[in-house]
Design a protein around this ligand. Structure first.
Ligand code: NIG
Ligand code: FE
Length: 419
């Protein structure tokens, strides 16, 4: 049938393959190597990439089967792996534009949260929402991600903060993963905030979070475990306890580290062997050194610096130190309400002094490594998923330069044209 026919993407002006990056996250100068094929073509079938090369070579190899294939012409265009967003809070209800307004009038993000708004306000909305409502709101965001070139994303819970509602969020994510072309990798984040009722005895809540883990693991609802390690939220000691507990249930550690104040978050990430340490705006020099040593992926979220009007993470220093860097939207209703990973890449160039090549690596293969998918996605190589974007752009610098609009023209997911 037409649905399952091979896809033959032909004659890209620049086909960015990122060949040879599947084994380990890309660091230092290697982040500038894209492995570009000019006049490049890709043959995809059965959901996967079957051949990548110059158009002539691929056409010759499949000469007898070209009639079977759906041919997509990419003449004059840039083609890259599908973008991967390794850090989102996809599933939640409501919005917080009133708080945005308060921040514009001088209130800070943390003041709003400690007064019972912020994450608490979204938790109230998410608890009150039916599964259907949560699903519908989240589906719309997921579709926006796809339209902007994202083919896989990570999604955290953390707006339930009790067993029932954390599981509700994760089950909605699981259902979305089944129904929508974008692949979702789920993270349990029961430790996203200390509920107002536990403010005076936070360790009791830490126990509660740990009690949720066996159930989450048993239901197969998450692969990762994340914690908001921040002054006034979870201490480094609590974060370590939570992440170590998760390991016993095969929930691999991730951490919101050093976002608003320096707080030893990067150090905790290295100590527990986290897969990624995210944010890192205020990470210490020693912390950065340890992340590099342990090859923890640094997931940078320039949207939060932009939207909270703070300083950006020091990407240059981290790359020079050897930390593999990935980029993400952090899509959430408080600190980064956007689905545009393209804009994050542009902020990466304009505010973090990353190069167009580095941001592309950061939003594809390194992002894949940040969610343990480096062998399946993130580059255009034989055997990987047929996740590919054709851009309305002639080369890879152009998508960083023509900023603020959506340049994703066609999106292929698992070898099918979905946009
Ligand atoms: O990654 N920092 C903690 N969590 C989110 C914000 C969540 C929210 O404000 O709703 C973040 O920035
Ligand atoms: Fe986050």
């Amino acid at each position: 049938t037409k649905e399952s026919s091979p896809l033959f993407l032909r004659r890209a002006k620049q086909l960015v393959t990122l060949k040879g990056t599947s084994e380990a996250p890309v660091t230092k100068a290697a982040m500038k190597e894209l492995h570009i094929i000019e006049n490049g073509s890709v043959w995809m079938e059965a959901g996967k990439i079957a051949m990548v090369g110059e158009d002539e070579a691929v056409a010759k190899a499949y000469a007898e089967r070209i009639n079977e294939a759906k041919v997509i012409d990419a003449t004059g265009k840039l083609v890259t792996p599908g973008l991967v967003d390794p850090h989102t809070h996809l599933v939640f209800a409501g919005s917080r534009e009133q708080e945005f307004n308060m921040r514009l009038n001088g209130a800070t993000y943390m003041e709003i949260m400690h007064a019972g708004g912020g994450i608490h306000s979204t938790t109230r909305a998410t608890r009150a929402a039916s599964r259907e409502q949560l699903y519908a709101e989240s589906y719309e965001r997921l579709q926006t991600f796809l339209l902007h070139g994202v083919t896989t994303l990570e999604a955290k819970s953390g707006y339930g903060l009790d067993m029932e509602n954390e599981i509700k969020q994760l089950e909605v994510a699981k259902q979305l993963n089944k129904d929508h072309p974008v692949d979702i990798v789920a993270t349990f984040m029961g430790a996203h905030a200390i509920p107002m009722a536990y403010q005076d005895h936070p360790d009791v809540f830490v126990d509660k979070v740990i009690e949720m883990m066996p159930r989450v693991a048993e239901l197969g609802l998450a692969e990762f475990n994340d914690v908001f390690c921040e002054k006034g939220v979870f201490t480094p000691e609590q974060a370590e306890r939570i992440l170590e507990a998760g390991k016993q249930y095969n929930l691999l550690p991730k951490i919101h580290a050093d976002e608003i104040e320096p707080y030893q978050g990067a150090e905790v990430a290295a100590k527990v062997g986290a897969v990624s340490a995210d944010h890192l705006l205020k990470a210490s020099e020693e912390g950065v050194r340890r992340l590099a040593e342990k090859k923890v992926v640094g997931v940078l979220l320039p949207g939060t610096a932009f939207f909270l009007m703070s300083e950006f993470a020091n990407a240059r220093k981290m790359i020079d130190a050897g930390v593999p860097i990935a980029l993400s939207t952090d899509r959430n209703p408080g600190s980064s309400p956007t689905e545009s990973l393209q804009l994050m890449m542009q902020l990466g160039c304009l505010h973090m002094k990353m190069t167009p090549a580095e941001v592309l690596v950061a939003a594809t293969i390194n992002a894949a490594h940040a969610i343990h998918r480096g062998k399946e996605i993130g580059s255009i190589e034989v055997g990987k998923k047929g996740d590919v974007v054709i851009w309305n752009a002639p080369d890879y610098s152009y998508i960083q330069y023509h900023y603020g609009v959506n340049l994703a023209e066609k999106v292929m997911k698992a070898g099918k044209l979905v946009v």
